[in-house]
Design a protein around this ligand. Structure first.
Ligand code: ZN
Length: 112
């Protein structure tokens, strides 16, 4: 499993099978205000920001949905087979996605 940050450079390797590919699969993630991923995060943020004057502005902005877009290298074969990519964890605050990927993809990502 790897953590992918929004805007980071990804290797030209299929995330699913490890084959070299130039194809990118666009993945659109939208947070839900009551979503399970946001639950513990909301609790932490509320506790953290209460002493500050910016509280209400912060809470308002967190009440809206947050969108992340990720272009994940996916070869033609896997693009047909893998319809939906389901990340293990999405951190909309940090723009970070934890995803199960092929060992080759992980290696290339870590080597830069
Ligand atoms: Zn593939």
């Amino acid at each position: 499993m790897v953590s992918i940050r929004g805007g980071s450079q990804l290797p030209a390797i299929c995330h699913h099978c490890g084959a070299a590919t130039e194809r990118l699969k666009k993945i659109h993630l939208v947070s839900e205000a009551q979503g399970t991923a946001m639950g513990p995060l909301m609790g932490r943020l509320i506790g953290y920001f209460i002493p500050f004057l910016g509280l209400f502005h912060r809470l308002e902005s967190h009440g809206k949905s947050v969108e992340l877009q990720l272009k994940l290298p996916t070869c033609a074969r896997c693009a047909r087979r893998v319809r939906d990519v389901a990340p293990r964890y999405i951190d909309f605050e940090e723009q970070r996605i934890d995803l199960i990927v092929h060992a080759e993809f992980k290696k290339a990502l870590e080597d830069g």
